[in-house]
Design a protein around this ligand. Structure first.
Ligand code: BES
Ligand code: ZN
Length: 873
């Protein structure tokens, strides 16, 4: 075990000082940046105390208090802290002059260089690499920032808030300065600064109250033409937040900067969002429909943070889901409103099951509100984000839309301008919704267990049809994986259900009713008003009303019925998924259930006939098999290569059996395929699905069709073609890939998708291919997107990565150690691909273990060490 520092929620104490105002002065020079900070500090206590500031890789030049320079006995400087002794007991000015070196900073945290431009990333703890500061989210200050730099190298100088003035320096005509002022108090993690040669694309937005907001996107020269989608998305998000939540933007300008080297997707810095360029630069020729929709939702997400995150922030990082879970819920709702609620729900559930459920089952499992952490960067997880969003969604369902909105508005009013906890949020939401907590129809403390307990709860359902009384008796039981001592920890589990009559034209016995499972065991009775001969069909967890796994005694007939008839998008899709999981599971166990497979294939044919082109997007999701991670989670002992092979075989079977239907379908949808996004996206998705199945069915023409489609003016079509050819590993696959490379070699964002394609597709000699990609002249070791494309891509090349000689694992371990040297945040995310080692069959397990040990024995960052030690535990 290492002696790394653990931060505990129970250790929280409030900071003994307030810092209402900060003036920052940045002097950008050729080899360093001098940062002068002036903080107005108000002691909370009446006695003199030590002021503890964080600092990381900062060279201290001078400190003074109220204009008097301190001598070296009046403070202590260590590698990560600056402690100033005996500070004044009344308000004082603290001035610090310091220097930083952004030019050699490869971590992409703090201030750093990306393609000649200087840019920042402060969340979660990057501000301490820029200047000495407490750097904790409960210290809110108003910032004024002056930036001075060379005019030719850095013509654009940006920071948060509104621009005050800009001018050339009087004594040096090559240099200029700009002053920015942000009137809203904010935590240091929302600070941002950008300096560089950037082009601006501007637009205007009028709020519902008629205020004019200047919208500006900053990009590298040549990328201006790719900004329109981002601008449109932003304006849609601004309008939606006003219309749905009544929240208006509060500054005069909204700026977004696109940066090539960025650890995350995007960052919500107040008034100055910084985005990974792949989430800004896009049109239908360079990005797929899914990517366009992702960009729309990320732009919205960062915009929505202006209220849920910025105006109201987190007291400490244990409250991270307060802003992230809520904001993910908001961006999911936005996308659902703009496109299709049903489809969006299926996509979100599928993501949750493949990634969050897998996290819950593995060594890095944690509660939405963890109790401790070592590196906070490791806690930006799918549990904090997507499970966190599911908790908000349950509240929305439990309270009902109107009360939920009242509660949210009450919370926002009460906590505006402050730093809150998740408990503050829940309490405030309930108060606002019901006016008095006593009126709340469910037990709030039981609901809070969702925040405190790790793991995916399990619900067991047993239904019994009483044909004499025409009553369906359903018993429910809940079980938490963390409840190892059978303490019967109880959660509030909302279950939305319907109950269908099996008779043709029969009335449903229940339609979208809410049952709240609020104790370990609880029963439900569903009565039929008219006598029913056959047992009815129960549709449960409609809309995926709680983030749980469930087991029931529903029959294959029930699932087939629901896959054909359920009018809830999620439940209908899920019924098909249950059947597919069952089929693949049997195949993996070498117990093919042919009758089930036949009945399923016949159901698919019926679905195709009934849905046809009315709902291409839905049809495509119904035809898609469960994800790889979801399949892995079905087994106690996992043989990854076999799962890959068997799921491919099942797809070959589907392709062979329904090829006639698919060919007819593909003719019928062609008319819509060329329409502009979002129109035609369903047809394009379906066409991709059809191509993939026909390619597996060895359709004679399809390979040529796909090679030619790489040239398409629609990136969705081109990538669908590549995807269809991918598992074949045929000469056409190589031809198509080369063609794609030639078309896009000058566009780094698009080229990343090629890097990922090459690294992940089945090759006989995967490691050699990946070595070549890493040495490719277009590969940039400093860009996390490129690293994730190649190294992350390789982990999806199942046969090479999981090869039994362990070479794939070893190769991966070596690369992760290399990445860790330059960028710990990216390395510690990638290292999670080793999380499942204990679940693998003996040979894979042994080899993977060796590789993890190799990483553990290397000289790695504390970020990566935290994850590796959890994995080994
Ligand atoms: N605040 C985060 C970005 C962030 C996370 C910065 C961790 C530093 C450390 C931002 O709001 C965010 O959540 N971004 C997501 C995308 C979003 C749509 C879920 C991201 O970057 O992946
Ligand atoms: Zn966020």
């Amino acid at each position: 075990m290492s002696n790394q520092h653990t931060t505990k929620l129970s250790d929280y104490t409030s900071y003994p000082f307030l810092i209402p105002k900060i003036y920052l002065d940045f002097d950008i020079r050729s080899d360093l940046v001098e940062v002068e900070s002036l903080m107005i500090i108000k002691p909370k206590l009446k006695e003199s105390a030590s002021l503890i500031l964080k600092g990381n890789q900062i060279k201290l030049i001078a400190i003074s208090i109220n204009g008097n320079e301190l001598n070296s006995k009046e403070y202590r400087l260590s590698s990560n802290e600056l402690v100033i002794y005996n500070t004044p007991i009344s308000e004082f000015d603290l001035q610090i002059i310091a220097q930083i070196d952004p030019f050699r900073n490869t971590s992409l945290e703090g201030l750093y260089l990306s393609a000649g431009m200087l840019t920042t990333q402060c969340e979660a703890e990057g501000f301490r690499s820029i200047c000495f500061h407490p750097d904790r989210p409960d210290i809110l200050s108003k910032y004024t920032v002056r930036i001075e730099a060379d005019k030719d190298l850095y013509p654009v100088l940006l920071s948060n808030g509104n621009k005050k003035n800009s001018s050339n320096l009087r004594n040096n005509k090559h240099r200029h300065e700009i002053l920015w002022d942000d009137p809203f108090p904010k935590p240091s993690y929302l600070f941002a600064l950008v300096a560089g040669k950037l082009k601006i694309v501007s637009d205007k937005y009028f709020t519902n109250t008629g205020r004019l907001i200047d919208v500006k996107i900053y990009v590298e020269s040549g990328d201006e033409k790719y900004t329109h989608h981002a601008i449109k998305s932003l304006k849609k998000a601004m309008k939606w937040d006003e219309d749905v939540y009544g929240l208006e933007y509060d500054l005069d300008e909204y700026k977004i900067v696109a940066v090539r080297h960025f650890n995350m997707g995007a960052m919500e810095n107040k008034g100055l969002n910084i985005f990974n360029s792949k989430l800004v630069l896009a049109d239908s020729e360079t990005a797929t429909d899914d990517e366009l929709e992702r960009i729309e939702s990320v732009i919205a997400h960062e915009y929505f943070h202006n209220w849920t995150g910025n105006r109201i922030t987190c007291r400490d990082w244990f409250q991270l889901s307060l802003k992230e879970g809520l904001t993910v819920f908001r961006d999911q709702s936005f996308t659902a409103d703009l496109h299709s609620y049903g489809i969006k729900r299926i996509e979100d559930v599928s993501f949750l099951r493949n990634f969050q459920f897998a996290e819950d089952k593995g060594p890095t499992s944690h509660a939405v509100k963890p109790k401790e952490y070592i590196a906070i960067d490791n806690f930006y997880t799918t549990t904090i984000y997507e499970k966190g969003a599911e908790l908000i969604r349950m509240l929305d369902l439990l309270l009902g839309k109107e009360k939920f909105m009242r509660g949210i508005n009450f919370y926002i009013k009460n906590f505006d301008g402050s730093a809150a906890t998740t408990e503050d949020f829940i309490e405030s939401l309930i108060k606002g919704a019901y006016l008095d907590e006593q009126n709340c129809p469910f037990d709030i403390t039981k609901f809070l267990n969702w925040y405190y307990e790790p793991g995916t709860p399990k619900v067991y359902i047993n239904q019994q049809w009483d044909s004499k009384k025409s009553i369906l008796n359903v018993s429910f039981e809940q079980k938490l994986p963390s409840d190892k001592n059978n303490e019967n920890i109880e959660m509030i589990i909302p279950i939305l259900y319907s109950c269908y009559s099996r008779r043709e034209g029969g009335e449903p016995l229940a339609e979208n009713e809410l049952f709240i499972l609020d104790s370990n065991k609880k029963n439900l009775q569903i009565r039929s008003l008219t006598p029913e001969k056959d047992s009815p069909v129960l549709s449960i967890f409609r809309r995926f009303s709680s983030p749980v796994q469930w087991e029931s005694n529903l029959s294959i007939d029930d699932y087939l019925f629901l896959a054909l008839n359920d009018n809830d998008y999620f439940s209908r899709w899920d019924s098909g998924q249950v059947l597919m999981r069952e089929i693949i599971k049997n195949r993996i166990k070498e117990k093919c259930n042919y009758s089930l497979e036949n009945r399923f294939i016949n159901a698919l044919k019926e679905i195709i006939k009934s849905l046809e082109i009315n709902d291409s997007l839905f049809l495509s999701t119904l035809l898609t098999i469960p994800g790889f991670a979801e399949l892995e989670s079905l087994f106690e002992i996992v043989d990854p290569t076999n799962i890959y092979k068997q799921s491919l075989n099942f797809q070959v079977l589907i392709g062979n059996e329904i090829q006639q239907e698919l060919r007819v379908l593909s003719q019928n949808i062609l008319v819509n395929v060329d329409k502009q996004w979002p129109m035609g996206k369903g047809e394009r998705k379906l066409l991709g699905t059809i191509w993939a199945y026909l390619a597996l069915a060895e359709d004679g023409n399809i390979k040529r069709t796909c090679v030619e489609a790489v040239n398409s003016s629609s990136m969705t079509i081109a990538r669908a073609a590549l995807a269809a050819l991918k598992p074949l590993d045929s000469p056409e696959t190589v031809e198509a890939s080369n063609l794609f490379y030639d078309l896009w070699k000058e566009n780094p964002v698009v080229l990343d998708s090629w890097f990922s394609y090459e690294a992940s597709r089945p090759h006989s000699n995967g490691i050699n291919v990946v070595e070549k990609l890493l040495a490719h002249s277009k590969f940039d070791w400093k860009a996390p997107n490129a690293i994730r494309a190649v190294i992350g891509g390789f982990s999806k090349n199942i046969e090479s990565f999981h090869s039994l000689d362990g070479q794939g694992y070893l190769f991966m371990a070596e690369k992760i150690i290399e990445v860790d040297k330059i960028n710990p945040i990216t390395a510690s995310r990638i290292v999670k691909i080793f999380s499942k080692w204990k679940t693998y069959i003996e040979k894979n397990k042994e080899e993977m273990y060796k590789s993890i040990l190799k990483i553990n024995q290397a000289n790695i960052s504390s970020n990566t060490r935290e994850v590796v030690e959890l994995i080994l535990k």
